[in-house]
Design a protein around this ligand. Structure first.
Ligand code: MN
Length: 247
């Protein structure tokens, strides 16, 4: 049995005898709830797509034309689940909300054909790609990596996963984000520049996808700052809802 399988068992089946195989306490496997089920969705990696709605590309000062998708990552343990709070992070004065459709991968693979890509998708969720925008601008300007702006603690609030076996594979549906009741972001899944099958196919050419991978598919226009005390509410028609309080 591989180390990975042992880890998963530790967490999910709570078989504690295996812990003595590690010299320090084993990190737990991050996990999302699954709507209406007791079993969870264990998370392997979190991939994110940049600039996947034309109106958002334009608001960020980029060409909205269909250039190849690009990807960055967050850490699996950056997830905030069950509507938990979002603690305002350090070293920034400009944290932005980005509401996104999240794809949950159930079957791994490499160089997946876009025709077969949906067979690899187990379900969907509503996620927030929280971003330290001021740090991202600095990193872009200096040509440095984005992690400090994207992959910080609590940077990935996410709803429960809903199985594709229940909701299908949504290709349209209103995407909305409200802050304290005011609509800030509004779009539709039919505005995605790169569709889910294309994203899965392209990403699997760069990385070997594994069961448990999440893909945040990009945000519509209207990104903007949050402050402590704000209630951020997101919804994607046909997929679900997510709310988090900035504390
Ligand atoms: Mn994003």
């Amino acid at each position: 049995m591989s180390t990975r399988q042992v880890c998963l068992r530790c967490r999910i089946l709570e078989i504690m005898e295996t812990v003595d195989q590690y010299v320090i306490p084993a990190p737990s496997v991050p996990c999302l709830p699954v709507r209406n089920r007791r079993a969870g969705f264990p998370v392997h990696r979190i991939y994110c797509v940049g600039r996947n709605y034309a109106a958002h590309a334009i608001e960020m000062g980029h060409d909205p034309n269909r250039e190849s998708p690009f990807f960055f990552l967050k850490n699996p343990d950056n997830l905030v689940t069950d509507g938990g709070d979002f603690p305002y992070p350090a070293k920034t004065e400009d944290v932005h909300h980005e509401v996104e459709l999240v794809v949950a991968i159930g079957k791994g693979g490499r160089d997946i054909d876009s025709d077969e890509a949906l067979d690899h998708v187990w379900g969907y969720a509503v996620g927030l790609d929280m971003t330290r925008r001021d740090l991202q601008a600095e990193m872009k300007k200096s040509g440095r990596p984005w992690e400090v702006s994207k992959a910080f603690e609590h940077s990935a609030p996410c709803s429960a996963v809903v199985p594709a076996s229940e909701i299908g594979h949504p290709v349209e549906g209103r995407v909305e984000l409200r802050v304290n009741g005011d609509v800030r972001q509004q779009g539709n899944l039919n505005q995605l520049i790169w569709k889910v099958p294309e994203i899965v196919s392209c990403l699997s050419g760069w990385f070997e996808l594994r069961p448990g991978d999440l893909i945040m598919t990009g945000t519509p226009a209207g990104v903007g700052p949050v402050k402590r005390g704000d209630l951020v509410e997101c919804s994607i028609d046909g997929v679900g809802e997510l709310a988090t309080r900035v504390v």
